[in-house]
Write a protein that binds this ligand. Structure first.
Ligand code: MLT
Length: 310
């Protein structure tokens, strides 16, 4: 009997990605946020495919004696214990470029939405209230955009917002002096004090968790807008709430939260907050690219045996 390797899909993947799995593998699905279901399903899995919702940690790896491959259909690997997986001989792959354009476009959309109060104005209109002067916004042209983290996504955001006439400053300790044309590198403190709009594009690590807290918010202009499409927890949500209520900063747009899914937060009650449910990578193009990238890597890991292996 020819036993096909089992690929367990624990977060929703695009239909294009699923069909690219082909018929040489047996595809099974589970809800990776349902811990008991995940632990039971992973026992017979040879490969595991996830997005950001499924946490792949020591408990999952302990429950998966056959596992050879973990694919993360996205950029961030913060929900996968890569070190532990590697130590156990389980290969891990992500899709580092698949959704950078989508994440950058989402960031630009949130910058524009915040500057023009699109969410509260639209919500008020649906409730029958036509309030033109209440929702007077600000122009972005000639304002300063502060990009914290000038990697792939931060760079794309900088390029796009420069087209709106924004001056671009950035903080990135890993960049050295190699800065893209037209971007001025600053210390974090200088950026916080100077920028009119601040956008975060960093991975979540021990160093970046809570990076934007009480002191950093206090350094920003009272007219500043803060956008986070990177990872929840980099911006301290409690400190942000206090800064928005006291008028220390003018507004925020958040696509990511410390705990996800996040359906309740005091931040959601504020008119000057634009919240979205982690949609940065949620376009059909990005999902197809990310899914197909990890499916190809999974098939390679499952079928391309190194010479001499059984
Ligand atoms: C990413 O890290 O690329 C995104 O968070 C992926 C996702 O939306 O699942």
């Amino acid at each position: 009997m020819n036993i096909r390797p089992v690929v367990l899909v624990a977060d929703p993947l695009s239909p294009v990605a699923l069909s690219s799995l082909g018929s040489d593998v047996e595809v099974r699905h589970c809800d990776g946020t349902d811990r008991p279901a995940l632990l039971a399903a992973v026992e017979s899995a040879d490969a595991l495919l996830v997005r950001s919702a499924t946490r792949v940690d020591a408990e999952v790896l302990d429950a998966a004696p056959r596992l050879r491959f973990i694919g993360r259909a996205g950029v961030g690997l913060d929900n996968v214990d890569v070190q532990d997986a590697t130590r156990r001989g389980v290969a891990v792959a992500n899709a580092p470029t698949a959704n950078v354009v989508s994440a950058a476009e989402m960031t630009c959309a949130l910058i524009l939405a915040s500057a023009r109060h699109l969410l509260p104005a639209g919500t008020a209109l649906r409730q029958g209230s036509w309030e033109r002067s209440r929702y007077t916004g600000v122009e972005l042209s000639s304002k300063t955009l502060g990009v914290i983290g000038l990697g792939r996504i931060g760079t794309l955001v900088a390029e796009r917002m420069a087209a709106f006439g924004m001056d671009i400053v950035a903080h990135d300790p890993h960049l050295g002096n190699a800065c893209p044309d037209g971007v001025k590198l600053l210390t974090l403190d200088e950026l916080l004090r100077r920028a009119d709009v601040i956008t975060v594009h960093l991975p979540k690590t021990a160093e970046t968790t809570g990076l934007i807290g009480r002191a950093e918010l206090a350094a920003m202009k009272p007219t500043a807008l803060l956008v986070n499409v990177a990872r929840g927890g980099i911006v301290d949500e409690q400190a942000l709430h206090a800064a928005l209520v006291s008028g220390q900063i003018a507004g925020a747009a958040l696509d990511v939260f410390g705990r996800e899914p996040c359906t309740e937060s005091p931040l959601f009650e504020l008119d000057n907050v634009t919240p979205t449910p982690h949609l940065g990578a949620s376009t059909s193009e990005a999902q197809d690219r990310a899914g197909v990238t990890v499916v190809e890597a999974a098939l390679k890991a499952l079928f391309d045996q190194p010479a001499g292996s059984p």
